[in-house]
Design a protein around this ligand. Structure first.
Ligand SMILES: [Zn+2]
Length: 104
């Protein structure tokens, strides 16, 4: 899992670069001004990169939820060791106030 997580940034940059490049090629075909293409490409690159990185980090994260019915408390950890994982699992089980979810 750690090895997969190390690939998060290179994979995110690669995906963002490919999507931005695809958009640049499409906009150049429609004779869009270069400054506008550059602004759009940077925005698309940044957003795709952050989205891909968030997806990979989310896939590698460990989440501990409170077992109480209706409680929305949860702890999300990225790359915890065994002791830290166990400590946060206990903290999620025995936190002082249970946060109720709003249901209509
Ligand atoms: Zn709770």
């Amino acid at each position: 899992m750690l090895r997969f997580r190390r690939l998060a940034v290179p994979a995110a940059v690669t995906a963002g670069g490919w999507v931005a490049w695809f958009m640049v090629v499409r906009l150049r075909a429609h004779h869009v001004p270069v400054s506008l293409i550059a602004a759009c490409a940077l925005a698309v690159f940044a957003n795709v990169m952050v989205a891909v990185r968030s997806l990979i980090e989310g896939a590698c994260a460990v989440t501990h939820r409170c077992p109480a019915s209706g409680c929305a408390f949860r702890v999300r950890l990225t790359n915890p060791d065994a002791a830290e994982n166990r400590r946060w699992q206990e903290a999620a089980t025995a936190h002082p106030t249970h946060a109720q979810t709003w249901r209509h």
